[in-house]
Write a protein that binds this ligand. Structure first.
Ligand code: BDR
Ligand code: CA
Length: 320
């Protein structure tokens, strides 16, 4: 690692795998985590704030400002994923309540403040529904001048999880995702196609669970947290999930991306929340007969070096 750390802000809905992302980010010497903002998603926003503070405390992170953000999507009600992440959104591990407290400004205010105050352009890493980011872009569009890139976990090229075609973060607030895609800054989509593949082998999960360090035990328990009803996978491997998006910031060579047009389906019905990724090499009849529709171009992750990211995550988290 050479040069100065990359200034980043993580917008999350902690969340079992958001916790794994936070732990990695605060322990990576090449990242300068300037703020963490919270949004409703995996659990309600107050639960997300509590879980985020708990993770930072357990990780022994420095004094990173944490702010509470949107408590519901732009249009629809909150639809949490507690059946995946547990009643408390963190696998119901019985972790102690945090002594840290959030800052007394909202997430959008903190995002604006930290982005504009950064001496170098900030990389945003949303690992949650994109409500906070959409509100930021609409309220303070001037922030884009100091955003380097947005690397978001969300969307899917092939198969969804919230619906057959829609990934949870985009499905939870499709309008917000559409705002993000038209932000006018470089964007990387770390979608389900790669997200679901980065699994930590069982032996590593067991080693973490047996660690004498509380943060590593927490990581091991979070990795081991699987809901057989949704994963259908009996092996005790642990998915890094959102943490892979942070790996993609520090090690972009670990993913294979293609710059492709991406559109969010907003119409009510079975496709709502789908990210439609145009992988055709040439225009089709629709464009020929009806004219070209301009879609934002996004660096879409199509492949990931699984071993490389697992090794990176373990090395950083355990080596701290
Ligand atoms: C997303 O949903 C949550 O389970 C994960 O934290 C991730 O943000 C994947 O669809
Ligand atoms: Ca998440």
């Amino acid at each position: 690692m050479t040069g100065q750390p990359i200034p980043v802000i993580i917008d999350c809905d902690t969340g079992v795998d958001d916790a794994l992302a936070l732990l990695f980010a605060v322990r990576h010497p090449g990242l300068d985590v300037r703020a963490v903002t919270c949004v409703a998603g995996n659990t309600d926003v107050d639960g997300v704030v509590r879980n985020t503070l708990t993770v930072l405390e357990q990780a022994g992170a420095g004094d990173i400002p944490v702010a509470r953000g949107a408590e519901r999507p732009l249009i629809e009600p909150v639809r949490t994923a507690q059946h995946v992440h547990g009643r408390d959104g963190m696998g119901d591990l019985g972790l102690p309540a945090p002594t840290r407290v959030p800052v007394d400004v909202d997430a959008v205010t903190l995002l604006r403040r930290e982005i504009l105050a950064s001496p170098r352009p900030v990389t945003l890493i949303p690992t949650a529904p994109l409500t906070n980011i959409a509100l930021l872009l609409r309220t303070h569009p001037e922030v884009v001048r100091n955003i380097e890139r947005i690397v978001f976990m969300g969307g899917a090229v092939a198969v969804g999880n919230a619906t057959p075609v829609a990934e949870f973060n985009v499905w939870h607030d499709p309008e917000a995702a559409a705002v993000l895609l038209t932000a006018g800054v470089p964007i990387t989509m770390y979608g389900l196609d790669v997200f679901q593949r980065v699994l930590v082998p069982a032996a590593d999960v067991q080693r973490l669970r047996a660690s004498s360090e509380p943060a590593l035990r927490m990581a091991g328990e979070l990795l081991a947290h699987r809901d057989p009803a949704t994963s259908g996978d009996p092996t005790p491997m642990g998915g890094l999930g959102d943490a892979g998006a942070v790996c993609a910031v520090v090690d972009p060579e670990g993913i294979t991306t293609e710059l492709l047009p991406v559109e969010v389906a907003l119409a009510p019905g079975p496709t709502r929340g789908q990210t439609i990724v145009d992988r055709r090499p040439v225009p089709g009849e629709s464009e020929i007969h009806e004219g070209t529709r301009e879609q934002p171009l996004v660096d879409v992750a199509l492949d990931v070096d699984v071993e490389r990211y697992v090794k990176l995550w373990l090395t950083v988290v355990e080596g701290a």
